[in-house]
Write a protein that binds this ligand. Structure first.
Ligand SMILES: Nc1ncnc2c1ncn2[C@@H]1O[C@H](COP(=O)(O)OP(=O)(O)O)[C@@H](O)[C@H]1O
Ligand SMILES: O=C(OP(=O)(O)O)[C@H](O)COP(=O)(O)O
Length: 409
């Protein structure tokens, strides 16, 4: 059982500030609908139906990246799921935002601009420091309560996640409750047979430390995506670096190099790396190359190759539990979906306990005709869920728990 208060405990007619995680894939500048909208809509609808004034905060992407956009499109998608109007103001805590908050009536919903457009949001600092920022100090007096529904961002020490619970009564939303309970229960589950973790995606920094910490819980790791290429680099192959405009590898390599090398050194027997990779050939079709035949990386590798999929599938079929974090390739493009879909299909056909996590990766299930029912748990959290597997606390959950303790005193 969780030790935080939930929206069942909110006083009537509250002015609530709610943190959601609507971080989504962006295509041609527009957010793509995904499970996060559908799941958070439940919390928003419940709060609005109860007559609270509901102001929402969320983030999108990271400054400097292509996916760093305004949330105006998110408000429209969310409105469809909540089935009521969701207002939007292109401001985080300035005069425009404060005026829109003041104008809100009972049962109305307003989404503020991307929290990461505000300088106080991102630098990772203690909850105390975050609670003293101008962002938190300006917004908090406008509200009676703070609700955190963003379990999938709970591993970040950002102002909108850890600052407000120190200055406002704080509660958990429905997604926070259900994800916390499911992921905490999974973390303590024991398995008789082999436990496999499929590691891919772009956020290698989030997964490499966790791989190290999952020492006695995971028997083998099947790698792909950016993390997979960084491990191939550590193993001496001329891949795992940026080419052209790319900004995925070099910074993460510098940051994690020592850890990758030590994980490979100490746990090499448990780590399976791609033996071939896929890329876009000169005719625009999928082309593949054996890793041993690569002399120089000249363009991006966008998926693991077919020999790798054939190697990974049996490993999954003989597992008692499989955890997936991150896609093995750019599955949004059908030409590069084989690795991700091959792995998901093998899991779906096997009677193992399975968890698929990540806002992007869980999207592949619907895109390629798989059914959510074929997996034991599909989490909208990626980094937060694998961190929970290690038993390590999530800072944004800890501050909710501390707030509940203070209230009970
Ligand atoms: N080799 C690759 N190069 C670039 N992007 C990749 C590669 N492999 C996977 N991806 C991308 O990783 C994304 C998922 O990354 P990430 O954010 O780490 O996972 P999640 O959102 O599932 O937690 C997918 O959208 C996919 O396009
Ligand atoms: O999408 C998220 O994490 P995930 O990709 O691990 O699921 C969260 O919104 C956190 O975003 P961030 O990794 O840019 O801090």
């Amino acid at each position: 059982m969780s030790a935080f208060d939930t929206i069942d405990d909110l006083p009537a007619d509250s002015r609530v500030l709610v943190r959601l995680d609507l971080n989504s894939p962006i295509e041609d500048g527009a957010p793509q609908d995904n499970r996060r909208f559908e799941r958070h809509a439940e919390t928003v609808r419940e709060l609005a139906d109860a007559g609270h004034r509901v102001v929402l905060m969320a983030h999108q992407g990271r400054p400097g990246r292509d996916d760093f956009t305004s949330l105006s499109g998110h408000a429209e998608i969310l409105a469809d799921h909540v089935d009521r109007e969701v207002g939007f103001v292109a401001d985080t805590y300035g005069d425009e935002a404060l005026a829109a908050i003041d104008a809100l009536g009972a049962g109305e919903v307003l989404l503020l601009e991307n929290t990461r457009m505000c300088d106080d949001e991102l630098p990772e600092e203690s909850p105390e420091e975050k609670s003293e920022t101008e962002f938190v100090q300006t917004l908090a007096p406008k509200f009676d309560a703070y609700v955190n529904d963003a379990y999938s961002a709970a591993h970040r020490l950002h102002a909108s996640l850890v600052g407000f619970p120190l200055v406002l009564p704080a509660y958990a939303g429905r997604v926070m409750e259900t994800e916390y309970e499911a992921n905490t229960a999974i973390a303590t589950r024991e398995f008789d047979g082999p436990v496999t973790m499929v590691v891919g995606g772009t956020k290698a920094t989030d997964v490499i430390g966790v791989m190290d910490a999952l020492d006695d819980r995971v028997d083998r790791f099947l790698l792909g995506g950016v993390a997979g290429e960084l491990f191939l680099r550590a193993a001496g192959h001329p891949v795992g670096h940026d080419v052209g405009e790319m900004d995925l590898f070099d910074e993460q390599w510098e940051r994690n190099r020592e850890l990758i090398e030590s994980v490979l050194d100490e746990r090499g027997d448990e780590i399976r790396l791609a033996t071939d990779l896929a890329y876009e050939g000169s005719d625009g079709d999928r082309a593949e190359v054996a890793v041993d035949d690569i002399d120089e990386k000249t363009a991006g590798y966008l998926d693991v190759g077919s020999a790798t999929v054939a190697d990974y599938e049996p490993a999954i079929r003989e597992s008692d539990a499989v955890f997936v974090k991150g896609a093995l390739g750019v599955f949004e493009d059908e030409r590069f979906a084989d690795g991700t879909v091959g792995v998901l299909e093998a899991i779906a056909e096997t009677d193992c306990f399975s968890v698929v996590g990540g806002g992007d990766t869980s999207r592949a299930i619907g895109m390629y005709g798989l059914s959510e029912g074929d997996f034991s748990h599909v989490s909208i959290a990626g980094g937060a869920y694998i961190r929970a597997l290690t038993g390590e606390p999530l800072p944004a959950v800890e501050v909710l728990e501390a707030a509940a303790k203070r209230r009970k005193r």
